[in-house]
Design a protein around this ligand. Structure first.
Ligand SMILES: [Zn+2]
Length: 166
């Protein structure tokens, strides 16, 4: 929250494959290049029905990758959506600090440019996973691939997501 009690809208990512757009909202700074990573990862999505209104992505927590030896509570989801009366709401929630914790085991230098790029990519992939729940109005998961219920750090971090599952 800022002095006016409003969360900050940090980026609007438009022109995604099937024409819809995402509004990224966060109260704390995001990894550089996140909007570009989101646009790139969404272009790899399957094509679903086009939405008329933008999808809001609320990014919670502080985006930070701790040092590998630092402990952290990780029994939380990377991202989630809410369901009300059988309908998945059009708001995606992302836990940036939780994603940072997931990546810390595979990161050598948490502050390097490569790491920040990987962080942005990982967040984009969690957004993509949650976006499917919203667009298909489903809370179900697939057995394998990016739509399974939990994603490993190496799957989030791989330069080519699809190859990470082969
Ligand atoms: Zn899911």
């Amino acid at each position: 929250m800022n002095a006016f009690g409003l969360a900050t809208i940090v980026a609007i990512v438009g022109g995604i494959l099937n024409g819809d757009s995402l509004i990224l909202q966060s109260e704390t700074p995001l990894p550089p290049g996140l909007a570009a990573a989101v646009k790139r990862e969404m272009a790899l999505s399957e094509t679903w029905e086009q939405r008329e209104s933008p999808l809001l992505v609320v990014i919670h927590g502080v985006c930070h990758i701790p040092m590998p030896w630092q402990e952290g509570h990780i029994e939380r989801p990377l991202g989630w959506v809410n369901k009300v009366d059988g309908q998945i709401l059009s708001i995606i929630h992302i836990d940036c600090s939780r994603i940072g914790l997931a990546l810390r085991r595979i990161v050598i230098d948490p502050t390097s440019t490569d790491t920040l790029e990987m962080y942005a990519r990982a967040i984009a992939r969690v957004i993509r996973h949650e976006r499917r729940h919203v667009l298909l109005n489903t809370s179900t998961h697939e057995k394998a691939g990016e739509n399974k219920s939990s994603l490993r750090a190496d799957e989030l971090a791989a330069p080519d997501f699809r190859r990470a599952f082969h």
